[in-house]
Design a protein around this ligand. Structure first.
Ligand SMILES: [Zn+2]
Length: 216
């Protein structure tokens, strides 16, 4: 049997309930899902008098119970946001001071030097990331989107560090540039591995089709 809406094969045959309450028959599972049907009844071959129909729901499963207290997470998230903003300020000041001529008598502790701002800014950014991971916990580590963002962000950061190191070349800065770029690339690779370890996202129509095949 073919779908009355898109003319592809409509197997298994199914009945769906549209959001406005109408009952739809003769559409494939993809069309039923596309039109926002909240409940789908897949009908099997009627080999027995009773028939073997099963009701499958398209509602997402209920979210797992939150174990971590929300207040603690909010506090960590707030501190992480503050530290993240501060790290951006530090890195921006560091980049700005790179373009300024060096002071005639530089402080032996490196006060006001770009390296100090850049290293401090990156350390603050890493702390903010750690706090973010603590506040969002396993959901963040399991999110493909978060992995993708960390992967791309760290890679771009490494690229920016290398380009800045080449454009504003200073032999004394080389070790810092190499270490910072290596750390960023390492973070990017770690995020890539984590993303590959995550299970592939399945569409709900796939899940229902597999379920139907198993039952028949
Ligand atoms: Zn269809």
């Amino acid at each position: 049997m073919r779908c009355a809406r898109c003319d592809r094969l409509a197997i298994p045959q199914a009945v769906g309930h549209l959001p406005n309450g109408l009952v739809v028959f003769g559409w494939c599972l993809d069309c039923l899902e596309e039109t926002g049907c909240s409940e789908i009844e897949a009908v099997g071959r009627r080999t027995t008098r009773r028939g073997n129909s099963c009701v499958l729901t398209l509602e997402p499963p209920p979210p797992p119970l939150m174990i971590a207290p929300t207040d603690r997470r909010r506090l960590l998230l707030g501190v992480a946001t503050l530290l993240g903003s501060w790290s951006i300020v530090l890195i921006a000041v560091g980049i700005w001071t790179i373009r300024q001529p060096a002071p005639p008598n530089p402080s032996p502790l490196g006060n006001g030097r770009p390296t100090l701002f850049l290293v401090g800014g990156m350390a603050t950014a890493v702390t903010a990331l750690l706090l973010l991971c603590l506040s969002q916990g396993r959901e963040l580590v399991r999110s493909r989107l978060a992995c993708w963002w960390v992967q791309s962000g760290a890679f771009l950061l490494a690229l920016a560090i290398l380009v800045a190191g080449i454009v504003y070349h200073d032999p004394r800065r080389d070790p810092f540039v190499v270490v910072a770029a290596a750390l960023a690339i390492g973070l990017s690779i770690a995020a890539h591995w984590q993303e590959r370890r995550l299970p592939a996202v399945k569409s709900r129509a796939d899940v229902i089709s597999q379920d139907w095949v198993q039952r028949h």
